[in-house]
Ligand binder design. Sequence first.
Ligand code: ADP
Ligand code: MG
Length: 335
Amino acid sequence: MKKILMLIILAALLLLVGCAAQESDYRTYDFFAMDTSMRLTLAGEDALSDASLTEQRIRALEDTLSRTKEDSLVARLNRGETVTDADLAALLRFCMDYTEKTDGAFDVTVADVVAAWGFTTDSYQVPDAETLAALLPYVGSDGITLDGNTVSLKENVRIDLGGIAKGYASDCVKELWDELGIESGIAALGGNIYCRGSKSDAAPWTVGIRDPKAADGYVGLLSLADRFAVTSGGYERWFEDENGNIYHHIIDPKTGYPARSGLSSVTVVSESGTAADALSTALYVLGADRAIALWRELGSFELVLVTEDGRVLVTEGLAESFDSASEDYSYEYIR
Ligand code: ADP
Ligand code: MG
């Protein structure tokens, strides 16, 4: 049931992105990778072959970064092997940098806690407090050892790149599209969206920000060109226990429990897909006040925050790009 709901939600999101592109001769190309529905929207004679190359690039990344593919570099690290790989070492350095920047809210060593809740295998369960308490000592960036391009994990430490891999993949798509000379298109890797250039009529792309409470509604629309927009929300993957409590897949690394920060979704707009993905996960954990404080401190991204009590907070850099889309929310600009 939840899977079906997720698919409907994704289809609605993808449809909206797709609609914007129908105005000229864009073609859409759908596939499923990294546990997510993906849609590429491209124009021109080479659209389909470009899309196919893009899919191959993403699948190759999945083969490297997936925690559940037995031969991936991440699976080998998690089995205690030492791995030498320049790209993986750079990505892990980036992760550790964001763990520090977000005061531990983004932390890829939360892997075993995510698994204890069953999110890794889609066999959901509520772990008992002792199980979580036994796992928490192994959460923390100091469990990752980096020496140049050589990586290893301390004993009992495992990593899960689910909070950053699609963002990293979207940066790799940008790089590939640079090489292929693609001027305009959209890559929607689930909730990680890369808008390249403008549409052929020079209008920006439109990205819908889902209403976390309504399967087919939007809280707002963003007009974007050459930007990444990444949304994290508890509504994307969750389950309900027999008492009706809801548990979602974004874990507070300090407690081991799904984050409850008063936010129902976080959208980060940035020129880096990897940073936007790490931040959207972290800021969902940190809540509105700390998210806004970090926005002021770092200054390298913009935000649309949706709160559980029905507010939409938009940072001023998006004033020209954001349009409200729901009567059920109140809207505020953050300056
Ligand atoms: P999605 O993958 O649904 O787009 P996110 O980017 O927010 O959403 O990533 C959530 C995933 O990241 C989880 O499924 C889990 O694998 C991992 N994760 C959960 N909590 C954290 C966290 N605090 N820091 C880093 N990764 C996390
Ligand atoms: Mg993320």
